[in-house]
Write a protein of this length. Structure first.
Length: 146
């Protein structure tokens, strides 16, 4: 039985959008509004503002207000690791609910074991992502002429 790949989705769905956004900011080298970034990465502007807020809170981008405001990188692309971006957007947002598995004692035990296993997998993924910077990712991209 063959399966169709829909892409790899490890970590929060916001991670890929956040990486795309940071790459676009690095490529532009200037201030971009959330609407401009959303258009470039094909995402909704409201969702993009949430992602950009997380990146701002983590010190990856700087938010500039005003009529000509938007977002700009706080440091060069070769100093931003994918792990930093992952950690910036991994926290659950207010619209995601935490839940516990029911099913009595077995469900509680299963949840505990699964959480430990997933935590270890996430720690290994973050360690791996620390090896790569935004600049590394940009090397493999052919940007259209501007």
């Amino acid at each position: 039985m063959s399966t169709v790949s829909r892409g790899i989705n490890i970590g929060p769905p916001r991670f890929k959008i956040a990486v795309h956004s940071v790459v676009r900011l690095a490529k532009s080298g200037c201030i971009l509004s959330s609407a401009m970034i959303a258009g470039q990465v094909q995402s909704h502007a409201t969702f993009m503002r949430r992602v950009m807020q997380a990146l701002t809170n983590a010190g990856i981008v700087e938010s500039r207000g005003g009529r000509e405001g938007g977002y700009i990188l706080r440091k060069p692309a070769d100093q931003i690791t994918l792990a930093e971006i992952y950690l910036a957007v991994q926290a659950p947002s207010c619209d995601e609910e935490e839940f516990e598995l029911g099913c009595g004692k077995a469900g509680v035990q299963l949840n505990r074991i699964l959480e430990k296993t997933l935590q270890e997998a996430e720690e290994r993924a973050i360690e791996y992502l620390r090896k790569y910077t935004v600049a590394d990712i940009m090397e493999g991209i052919s940007f259209p002429a501007t």
